[in-house]
Design a protein around this ligand. Structure first.
Ligand SMILES: [Zn+2]
Ligand SMILES: [Zn+2]
Length: 174
């Protein structure tokens, strides 16, 4: 949903989208149902729009240890300022810190795309470590078995295992 700055008033307006989907790269995440976005938009002068609201969605992420998919709930509050800049000065412009805590996002056209807003928020909400649980055992490097589901008979290097010590001794003898 694209909203031109000209439609945004200085008194503000609310937008609620319950059935939003955005294109996403399956290597990053998949959507488990629609995204919910609700926000208010308020025009500040000619080239600024203040956005306040929230995005929520359930994503399917892939565990980096066992490679299984697991659900991840996003509930992100947003307080953003969108500012129109002209392309030539975009990179030269100093960031205006007077806005305090608010993030200032520069736009080249006076149009706010709520799909883009939602997509950016989802990416920002992704956890740094994507694991299905702290206790995840990962997959067996020998046979590829998911060790959370079942064990296998492969010999694996386990730290502090007495078998390691024996194996090391045997190697020394060779
Ligand atoms: Zn896992
Ligand atoms: Zn195995």
């Amino acid at each position: 949903m694209k909203i031109p700055f000209s439609e945004i008033s200085s008194t503000g307006a609310r937008y609620t989208l319950n059935n939003l989907t955005v294109p996403c790269d399956k290597r990053d995440f998949e959507l488990q149902g629609p995204i919910e976005l609700s926000c208010s938009l308020q025009r500040k002068g000619k080239d600024r729009v203040v956005l306040q609201g929230m995005v929520q969605a359930i994503l399917l992420l892939r565990c980096s240890r066992c490679l299984a998919g697991f659900p991840f709930q996003v509930h992100a509050n947003m307080q953003l300022i969108y500012e129109l800049v002209d392309a030539e000065h975009c990179h030269l412009k100093e960031v205006d810190l007077s806005a305090g805590e608010l993030d200032v996002i520069e736009l080249l056209e006076p149009v706010l795309d709520l799909e883009d807003v939602a997509r950016q928020q989802l990416y920002m909400a992704l956890p740094v470590r994507q694991i299905c649980s702290e206790q995840c055992l990962g997959i067996c490097p020998e046979c590829g078995n998911n060790l959370n589901d079942s064990t296998c008979d492969c010999k694996r290097d386990k730290k502090n295992s007495p078998f390691d010590v024996l194996a090391a001794l045997k190697n020394k003898e060779k």
